[in-house]
Design a protein around this ligand. Structure first.
Ligand code: AKB
Length: 314
């Protein structure tokens, strides 16, 4: 494909903020249109867009002659439970409309992020395989799993080229997540630097798969650039960086901030986390597009702490 003209939906979120910059660096400033429900706070091409508004989406695609879509707009696992019908509308119905609008605009290539939230109690928790049991317990997980099935269906039936990764928790310093179950793994760093203490909403030994943002961006771009014939997964690729517990992150941060204290007060997110898996087998990503993470818990922690600074007193 010639230089793609890209639309990123949900560009104001944790991943969108960083992905838009990475895409602009790779393909050129004018090749990437960011879009979000909220007005943009940064430079560059931007369309303010409610993802449930099909006409506005259609107009944005044709006005900007879009050839590739990264569809990030979604409500995450915790926030999604507050209004499950709205979550269904935003995460799934809007995606289905987007697929049809993309198809009628001649756009075949789409990135659709899925999640470890598609797993449930019946999924083996260790080294979770690509092909396994899926009984998600959150509306977020249900919409993402159904979205994976629709993606595979459109790929087969209409020759679309929808690619997807099951994102683990993403740790980043550039932007903070909202409404997820894995948000603590970002918050803990900011609170360590800013306050020297943190109250965690998950219990001490709750283990979840994570990935550091630079690896997540690299994985996303690697998958989108991979030759189509090399891809053997039509739904969504398992990808991981490393697994952590709140305690292992605490101990790792303490190597840099010895007095850092963490207390535990599990809330409703504990149940969500316990329904997910602890570690992921990303065999197909390694085999099909040579995936390999660069960061582990130690190198990620050092890098995170080198980027977060204590806010100045006002
Ligand atoms: C969440 O916690 O909901 C997300 C995810 C793992 O998909 N970060």
């Amino acid at each position: 494909m010639n230089n793609p003209k890209i639309l990123v939906t949900g560009s104001g979120g944790q991943i969108g903020t960083v992905l838009v910059n990475a895409l602009r660096e790779k393909y050129g400033e004018d090749q990437v249109v960011a879009s979000d429900l909220k007005p943009s706070t940064s430079q560059g091409l931007f369309v303010q867009l409610d993802i449930t508004d099909s006409e506005a989406l259609d107009a944005a695609l044709s006005d900007h002659k879009i050839t590739v879509i990264y569809h990030l707009a979604a409500l995450l696992s915790s926030k999604g439970e507050e209004n499950i019908h709205l979550t269904w509308d935003i995460n799934l119905l809007s995606y289905l409309k987007l697929l049809d609008i993309a198809k009628s605009n001649g756009i075949k290539k789409i990135f659709f992020p899925s999640t470890i939230g598609i797993y449930g109690q019946s999924t083996p928790k260790q080294n979770t395989q690509q092909h396994t049991s899926f009984e998600p317990e959150t509306m977020y997980g249900i919409t993402k799993y159904t979205g994976e099935l629709w993606s595979a269906y459109y790929n087969k039936k209409y020759g679309m080229d929808i690619r997807s990764i099951r994102y683990p928790g993403v740790i980043s310093y550039q932007s903070r997540p909202h409404g997820g179950t894995t948000d603590y793994a970002v918050d803990i760093f900011f609170e360590a630097v800013e306050k020297g203490k943190y109250e965690c909403y998950l219990s001490k030994n709750t283990k979840l798969p994570m990935i550091y943002m630079p690896d997540m961006i690299r994985a996303t771009l690697m998958l989108m650039e991979a030759p189509k014939d090399d891809l053997t997964i039509d739904m969504s690729y398992n990808v991981t960086g490393f697994s952590v517990t709140p305690d292992s992150l605490h101990q790792e941060i303490k190597k840099h901030i010895p007095d850092f204290e963490v207390t535990y007060k599990p809330d409703h997110r504990q149940q969500i986390a316990e329904s997910w898996t602890e570690s992921i087998d990303d065999y197909y990503a390694i085999k099909d597009w040579a995936w390999s993470p660069k960061f582990d818990i130690a190198t990620m922690t050092r890098d995170m702490l080198s980027h977060i600074t204590v806010p100045e007193e006002s």
